[in-house]
Design a protein around this ligand. Sequence first.
Ligand code: ACO
Length: 321
Amino acid sequence: MNGSRLLGSGSALPKRVVTNAELAAKIDTSDDWIVERTGIRQRYIAGDDETTSTLAIAAAKAAIADAGIDAASIDIIILATATPDNTFPATATKVQHALGCNGGVAFDVAAVCSGFLYALTTADSLLKTGMGKRALVIGAETFSRILDWEDRTTCVLFGDGAGAIVLQASDGDATGEGVLASRLHADGAQHDLLYVDGGPSTTQTVGHLRMKGREVFRHAVVNLSSVLKEVLEDAEVSAEEIDWVVPHQANARILDATAKKLGIPPEKIIVTVDQHANTSAASVPLAFDTARRDGRIRNGDLVMFEAMGGGFTWGASLMRV
Ligand code: ACO
């Protein structure tokens, strides 16, 4: 086996929807400001009975059902999250137990908003080395729990949710399907532009998200354009050949600016930020599953995934689905 291909996808959202108008009733903001600057109209916020693991498990079950496989056949679980249920053990092990596929590989990946790209690329690599045959790759977050709800510059931007895909080891070169090329990057010098001001080893608290939004925006467009070009070159594919781009859903303006830089028409970009806001590691698989289920992304399409997040970390992956 020298590749991995997609078997199915799933996603899950908390029950409660919070509109911009609802936020504007509590903090000094407005629907107009949020829509104009970000494209966000609403977000889903986890209730007391909903956690990162409950959302991850629901998304995983939907992906397994979509794949039409027995959960027990999954031997690798990688869960991307910055908001785990506990500092340890990994939330992935909770998911594994709930699915009844104990015994294989299960761990969390912390790369914030680009976590799903890191998890996907790691799963693809493990499948290629023969470490397992079927991998569940999940992005799941409850960012509402690390937001400072007094800080209007950040709290309006994020939401909760989960998305998952099932990958299977395959003879990628022979079939031309599955993951065709991936690239990951990090630049720790930019740590202070987007971070959480707490942690077990520093403050012994969970902390709150802090962000210099304008600078993050600037870096995002430059880094994403460059990693997309790298992946296209690696796969020897032109931008015109891409059927869909599934970007990290941070801000509609970042999506527009990046697409414009690469000459990708806006109708090929999957946008769900208006409905889900920024769900960090969950945003790419959540958007992907949404677009598969509404019939936009079909089997055989060439799909580019891309994301950038705190660290900074960023990456992109091209897949024939
Ligand atoms: N409601 C009303 N006014 C607000 C709000 C709000 N929620 N938040 C900020 N403002 C005000 C500011 O106080 C400021 O007022 P001032 O001019 O009187 O000082 C004004 O709006 C402009 O603030 P800026 O921060 O300069 O606004 P900007 O146009 O840069 O938009 C935003 C802010 C939306 C955060 C933008 O910078 C952005 O999207 N950055 C990308 C960050 C991001 O998406 N991060 C997610 C994680 S990383 C990633 O996924 C790529």
